[in-house]
Design a binder for this molecule. Sequence first.
Ligand SMILES: C[S@@+](CC[C@H](N)C(=O)[O-])C[C@H]1O[C@@H](n2cnc3c(N)ncnc32)[C@H](O)[C@@H]1O
Ligand code: SF4
Length: 501
Amino acid sequence: MQIEIKGLKDDRFQRPLQLITNLFYEESQVRLKDFPEAQMVAEFLVEEKDQLEVKLTLKDKNSGSTYTASSRKDVKGLGEKEAFKQLKNAVSAVYLNTLQEMTGIIQKWGFLTGIRPTKILHKALREGATKEEAHQMLRDQYMISEEKIELMQHIIDRQLTVVPDLYNLRNEVSIYIGIPFCPTKCAYCTFPAYAINGRQGSVNSFLAGLHYELREIGTALKEMNIPITTIYYGGGTPTSITAEEMDALYEDMYKYFPDVKNVREVTVEAGRPDTITPEKLEVLKKWDIDRISINPQSYISETLKAIGRHHSVEETIEKYHLSRSMGMNNINMDLIIGLPGEGTKEFQHTLDETEKLMPESLTVHTLSFKRASEMTQNKRKYKVADRSEVEKMMNMAEKWTAEHNYEPYYLYRQKNILGNLENVGYSFPGKESIYNIMIMEEQQSIIGIGCGAASKFIDPITGAIQHFANPKDPKSYNDSFEAYTKEKIEIIRALFAKQES
Ligand SMILES: C[S@@+](CC[C@H](N)C(=O)[O-])C[C@H]1O[C@@H](n2cnc3c(N)ncnc32)[C@H](O)[C@@H]1O
Ligand code: SF4
């Protein structure tokens, strides 16, 4: 779809209008100048009298149909920056309204893109807004639907029950440890995940680097007296390495990290059932790992084959029971809505199978077409459900989890996610993953070590965020881990010294 925008000259409108258009049309093009080939013309009229008024007429050149909307904002006394923000909101609102009317598609997240929704609500409440005022802000500034506002509030209430000191954890850190190996690469995935078979050399050198990072960062945290709130082993699939390699890694974690016994939660992502063995479960138990994930994604064998997950449905179930019988009492399971060939019938089957297992938590993702994934590169090969069916499956997940005593406790969205929906983590009360809350709400620094590990350093005083990414592939990691480790330690020293002074 190509759209010509008239009446707005400022280039700063280009990006927000393009992003809104993308919510409705794939491969769309928006231009703020002459665009004779465009199928649609959006003509804006901006008037500033007592109030700022934005009017829009959207015309479909083929059918001749027109759609109109208008919005008013009070901008008296506002500085340029704030006044422009209001203008941008009004422009976005009328544009979204007319596109909704024209296409019949309702955007439940309004025009909110790219931001963690719950973070905005946390911020408003922390700054002293009442719930009503904060909710009104979400309606006014982003046009978020009542349904999603209610979900966000529910999640925030849960998070503050589970982590009552969520806003006061800036003097601690959480740790993410990235292990970039998997048995095979799944078609939808762009995480650092290298097929492990036949790569023992690469695994060995990677692990040597990882042990180095763990030791150096752990020692620095001890020296600076910085406690750890949570630790998360992700990837990839951290149980792709051998039981002995896992054992050595956890041994060093206890040896070098400060006070691991009092860390609130240690999670190991054991997502691929084909990596789980009794020996590895023994190691997890030996080192008191609190929480693991065993991820079905779907309980339909054909789907698992189509997405390149070389394990069977039976193996998921069998490894789940094995983990239980060996004492794992906090198990998460990941599902994906909208996998190729799946609709409500298949998803109902997945929910029915989940009912037989009842893991402590369930993370429901909506399929996202990530640019570099095999699925996106060969999109034609993968037939997925349409928007309304994806929404139905999402509603089924919401209803099913509520009926089975799961509560939503974290939420995030991704680009190119089917139906422009979201991923939601549900859990039994008291079994939420604290790490997931910490990473989503950005209330403390997360130090990433290992391959593809992203660090987020939060200034304990100003809250400003600094990102830092380790290389994604093991080879570049091996070439540079010492330098990266040193740089991270310097950042931590600078931030935490500031807090003390
Ligand atoms: C980093 S992956 C690791 C989990 C583990 N290696 C496994 O596959 O079981 C975390 C989760 O994100 C979800 N995920 C990954 N890529 C996705 C995509 N393109 N769309 C939707 N969900 C995705 C999957 O549910 C996956 O279990
Ligand atoms: S989804 Fe998990 S198992 Fe599949 S490639 Fe990605 S990280 Fe590996």
